[in-house]
Design a protein around this ligand. Structure first.
Ligand SMILES: Cc1ncc(C[n+]2csc(CCOP(=O)(O)OP(=O)(O)O)c2C)c(N)n1
Ligand SMILES: [Mg+2]
Length: 379
């Protein structure tokens, strides 16, 4: 028997859409008509430097872990650098990252979080980010609009949707960007966040890093329908992008941000890539076919971009030298810094002062340089 919908969608109101908001085409097209901004040569050099910065830092991080200097484990995003760097580069200074995860070190670098502080954090030293409370990836820098993550996946997506809702209700021109992996698209909270964001058209930019693996589970053993293909069912476009191409990620996320700022709601950008290392430094990933890794190694996001920029006349060796010099200084300073004072272990358990306003600080946001070159697209 055909049962009638007691609350059918109307041409000007989708089911459940807040009154007064246009919603005749809930999913809407992706913002393909937004012409991608022109990246200057300086922008492109910055993108390379940030990706090299992430990789070089993480290689050092693995070494420090293997030397027994890093408590816990160490997680890296080797081969995925183009995603956090390209996506964060497309954000404005008032936008919020909620939150960079274990493959997203480059997002912190784009935002200008101090490298010595990050290394101090990983070494469990007294530091400005977590005050030595943990030595892992659960840190952020609220002054720079980077929200520290909680570990349960994909709960920061839920928080990002809530933040985006707050921005919309307050009439603030800013978006929340959230990162998660393919593995985070299965728990119930992911579906709840997708549904709510699509229904309410929250200004959230959703970046799914599909690296083919959730710990040792390949995507083929986890879902039938890809995250991007699922997006229209929640009322938003899903865009697949080459996650090893930093400029492609930048363009897709920039378009998603424009769409969110225009009031058209969220976009899910599925960046396809490969997890080149184990889940963490404790995992040798023997369950991954070496031939598959070799295929992806040929597509390394840094090597390919370096070749392009070398052609364009950029001195990529100088970029590497600069990165290494900065890293050496930061590691030296971090290793020389003290462990936290045990007497202060309970400091900060309760809020005793006003929180720092998110992202309204002094972020030396390094996004693409020439405002004129992006046609005044409203950053
Ligand atoms: C609810 C929940 N279950 C398990 C974990 C432990 N865990 C952390 S990362 C991870 C794998 C996630 O895979 P994916 O989302 O694809 O991210 P990737 O590691 O591939 O970047 C797991 C199982 C967790 N953080 N939260
Ligand atoms: Mg994964």
């Amino acid at each position: 028997m055909l049962v009638e919908d007691p609350h059918p969608p109307t041409p000007d109101r989708a089911p459940g859409a807040p009154p007064g908001r246009p919603s005749d085409d809930v999913a809407g097209p992706p913002a393909e008509d937004v012409s991608p901004p022109v990246l200057t040569l300086a922008d492109r050099e910055a993108l390379l430097e940030l990706m090299v910065g992430m990789r070089t830092f993480e290689e050092r991080g693995v070494a420090l872990y293997k030397q027994g200097r890093t408590p816990g484990s160490f997680y890296d995003g080797h081969g995925q650098e183009a995603i956090p760097v390209g996506a964060t580069f497309a954000m404005g200074p008032d936008d919020v990252l909620c939150s960079p995860l274990i493959r997203d070190m480059g997002a912190h670098l784009v935002r200008g979080t101090d490298l010595t502080e990050i290394i101090r954090h990983h070494l469990g030293r007294d530091n400005a980010l977590s005050r030595g409370r943990e030595g892992n990836v659960h840190f952020g820098d609220p002054r720079r609009g980077v929200v520290p993550m909680v570990s349960m996946l994909p709960d920061m997506f839920v928080v990002a949707v809530g933040m985006a809702m707050a921005f919309r209700l307050r009439g603030e021109r800013r978006v929340a960007l959230t990162f998660f992996g393919d593995g985070a698209t299965s728990p119930g909270a992911w579906h709840e966040a997708m549904n709510f964001a699509g229904l309410r058209r929250e200004p959230v930019v959703i970046v799914c890093e599909n690296n083919g693996l959730a710990y040792s589970t390949p995507s083929s053993a986890q879902f039938v329908v890809s995250p991007a293909d699922r997006a229209p069912a929640y009322g938003m476009p899903g865009v697949v992008v080459d996650g090893n191409d930093v400029e492609a990620v930048f363009a897709a996320v920039h378009a998603a941000r424009e769409r969110a700022l225009a009031g058209d709601g969220p976009t899910l950008v599925e960046a396809r890539t490969m997890r080149m290392h184990g889940h963490g430094s404790h995992d040798d990933a023997r369950y991954v076919d070496p031939a598959l890794l070799e295929v992806w190694r040929q597509r390394d996001p840094i090597a390919t971009y370096e070749a392009t920029l070398r052609e364009a006349g950029i001195d990529v060796d100088a970029v590497r030298t600069r990165v290494l010099e900065r890293l050496d200084l930061a590691v030296e300073a971090a290793l020389a810094s003290p462990l936290p004072d045990p007497a202060r272990a309970t400091d900060g358990l309760f809020a005793t002062e006003e929180p720092v306003p998110l992202g309204r600080g002094d972020a030396p946001w390094s996004g693409f340089a020439a405002e004129a070159s992006i046609g005044g697209s409203g950053r």
